[in-house]
Design a protein around this ligand. Structure first.
Ligand code: XMP
Length: 243
């Protein structure tokens, strides 16, 4: 029987000795997206544990093109995450999970703003098909404080989102690498996925020291002249912090 997503990605990270999740976002105006995706995955697969796809690929590509990318991802022993920040009514979330798992995604990022019950149903539905759910807790961009940092009923919204994620048995949470204080607060409650390294100002070593379990990295690697070299350097930095 297939292991749960949380275990699959932990095993991939162990096997690859890397906790980098590659944000496979093509640069603006890039053409021939399937070719870009395949070339980038092949170049860096030894230095990452998972690939995250966002609207950059999910919107322009067909379901069969995405499925082929996911097959390539899996052929290298990597996991695949759909970053669509799912945030809708139960029925629509269920349909989305169904399409995403058919395309070969292992997990989806969701927004706990949908509510405790909605998130719990979404996680149950995903787990039924062996997929995982990673819940937003505090995003990486400066405007995150205007939402995730809002004070509601005497406490910050992200604390409520953290509780919802834990209560719903989500497989992980997203906290920006640009939010080191918040990373420290939430570390080791659920696996923490941290975007915002490089282009958004976050630092890989600081994020790992502050409790990030997985680092989501896009432009720093994808747009490098030598993506494999950059990915390998970050992989080594993370390993030396965790020694
Ligand atoms: P860069 O190029 O900034 O790409 O390394 C980061 C990728 O991650 C997405 N992103 C987020 N996804 N929660 C998420 O679920 C976040 O807080 C967040 N911040 C950035 C971004 O869209 C890109 O795909």
């Amino acid at each position: 029987m297939t292991r749960p997503f949380r275990e699959r990605i932990a095993r991939a990270a162990g096997a690859k000795k890397s906790s980098i999740v590659l944000a496979l976002d093509p640069p603006a105006n890039r053409r021939k997206l399937p070719g870009f995706a395949a070339k980038t995955i092949r170049a860096v697969e030894q230095h990452i544990c998972a690939v995250k796809m966002n609207f950059h690929l999910i919107l322009p590509l067909s379901a069969s093109e995405i499925s082929r990318i996911n097959k390539l991802v899996h052929s290298y022993g990597l996991q695949s995450i759909a970053d669509i920040k799912l945030n809708d009514i139960e029925n629509t979330n269920e349909v989305a999970i169904d399409h995403l798992t058919r395309m070969g995604f292992d997990a989806v990022i969701a927004n706990p703003f949908i509510g405790k019950g909605g998130l719990a149903v979404l996680v149950q539905e995903a787990h039924r098909t062996n997929a995982g759910v990673i819940a937003l807790v505090y995003m990486s961009h400066p405007g995150a404080r205007e939402g995730f940092g809002l004070e509601v009923g005497g406490r910050r919204l992200y604390r409520e989102f953290l509780e919802r994620a834990a209560g719903a048995r989500a497989d992980g949470i997203v906290v920006g690498a640009t939010q080191l204080d918040i990373l420290k607060q939430v570390a080791s409650q659920l696996p923490v996925y941290s975007p915002g390294i490089g282009a958004q100002g976050g630092d890989a070593e600081q994020a790992v020291k502050s409790g990030a379990d997985y680092l989501i990295i896009g432009r720093l690697i994808v747009e490098a002249v030598q993506p494999a070299k950059v990915a390998k350097e970050i992989q080594s930095k993370i390993l030396s912090v965790r020694k």
